[in-house]
Design a protein around this ligand. Structure first.
Ligand code: UD1
Ligand code: UDP
Length: 363
């Protein structure tokens, strides 16, 4: 059973890393196909180095562009690779353009698709990620749902066969790397910070940062929260966000806007933060797993489990609403349990891949 692991962005590298490790451990035949959707050192190579991942066999180097440009380049590039080096199954993870285009290419070639983190829904079709995950789910043969909620979302759309609740590989990655991050990262000391003395912020969602008014709302919120809580605010900004801040002439006062962190630095900073403010999917999950309260600067989330257990509050991008949510979360006791599984998702997923029974197989 030869597996092609397709990835292209920061979260896909991190969440696929336990699966790559599992393939190595079980000595399964596999190769990594990188689309090159992310390519800057701090969005790509740093994770391969820190996580000691094997070199990718193919890199399509598609880079940035409009959705159609990026998607069409990935579609054609993945088709070339899969035709020349045909796997038995293609694994994709999450909801990026890489995921949708790679699964579409595999589907047209009749190659089986396994979707890791299947069944998430924000029910907001204005998000490119929502369309990507719906398409990928509907053409996948094997759907690895992280939670029971995700399985139910799929069932509502008539997808029941081929679905297994496996947990989310983000837990595997956190468990595998938390201690290593604690030993290796010295960023907190280098920034002169103490545990629980700072708020960690990330923001990159296109509907937030590409909207001047929402971007301004988030910046004002960061400034106000820093001022009122007396905590330091540390904001490792995604390149998309750095570009939008520059274009709009915004430079948040008393907020440390810095380059994106590597995974070890980010994980350690996140685990010792007093609170996290974010619009990221993966960061909502990690904060919940690490027992750090989270305020999500969005109107909805495809990770409702985090809100249900009391780890996360939705606050949109209005500065006053964000401040109210921050105070509420600062006063909340971090005693929730992690809804994303036991950290053995990758092993479960590769066992299922090896058994090889998919949704479109004859009964
Ligand atoms: C993409 C995903 C999003 C995911 C995010 C993870 C889609 C539609 N979006 O968003 O779901 O949450 O990755 O971080 O697939 N850039 C660089 N260097 C890089 C990558 C990007 O400078 O290595 C800049 C470019 O100016 C680019 C912009 O960031 O135009 C956006 O990159 P892109 O991959 O299109 O979308 P993301 O916002 O990263
Ligand atoms: N991350 C990181 N450095 C940073 C910010 C985030 O390593 O400066 C990691 C974080 O630990 C998480 C992942 O990137 O695992 C989340 O990716 P991102 O927010 O880009 O995408 P999303 O999860 O929203 O798709």
């Amino acid at each position: 059973m030869k597996t092609a692991i397709v990835l292209g962005t920061r979260p896909e590298i991190i969440k696929m890393s336990p699966i790559i490790r599992e393939c190595e451990r079980k000595r399964l035949p596999y190769y990594i196909l990188h689309t090159g959707q992310h390519y800057s050192y701090e969005m790509d190579k740093v994770f391969f180095e820190e996580l000691s991942l094997p070199t990718v066999k193919y890199n399509l180097d598609v880079g940035s562009g409009s959705h159609a440009q990026q998607t069409s380049k990935i579609l054609a590039g993945v088709e070339n690779v899969l035709s020349a080096d045909r796997p038995d199954i293609v694994l994709v993870q999450g909801d990026t353009n890489t995921v949708m285009a790679a699964s579409l290419a595999a589907s047209k070639l009749g190659v089986r698709i396994g979707h890791v983190e299947a069944g998430l829904r924000s029910y907001d079709r204005t998000m490119p990620e929502e369309v990507n995950r719906v398409v990928a789910d509907h053409i996948s043969d094997m759907l690895f749902a992280p939670t029971e909620d995700a399985r139910k979302n799929l069932a509502k759309e008539g997808i029941e066969r081929g679905v297994t609740v496996t947990g989310n590989t983000v837990v595997d990655a956190v468990n595998e790397n938390r201690r290593i991050a604690e030993e290796r990262s010295k960023l907190m000391e280098n920034l002169g910070l103490k545990a629980k003395d700072y708020i960690l912020v990330t923001a990159h969602r296109h509907e937030n940062v590409d909207s001047p008014s929402r971007l301004k709302g988030m910046v004002e919120a960061m400034e106000a929260v820093g001022r009122e809580t007396g905590l330091s605010v540390i904001f490792p900004a995604h390149p998309r966000t750095q570009n939008r801040l520059k274009e709009s002439g915004l430079s948040p006062r008393n907020v440390s806007v810095v380059q994106p962190f590597g995974y070890m630095d980010f994980l350690r900073m996140e685990s010792h933060a007093r609170l996290v403010m974010t619009d990221s999917g993966g960061v909502q999950e990690e904060a919940c797993i690490l027992g750090v309260p989270c305020v999500t600067m969005r109107e909805n989330t495809e990770r409702p489990e985090t809100v249900a257990v009391g780890a996360n509050m939705l606050a949109g991008t209005d500065p006053e609403r964000i401040q109210v949510a921050v105070w509420a979360m600062l006063n909340r006791k971090a005693s929730w349990s992690n809804p994303f599984g036991d950290g053995r998702s990758a092993s479960r997923i590769m066992d299922l891949v090896e058994k090889g029974r998919g949704r479109f197989d004859a009964q």
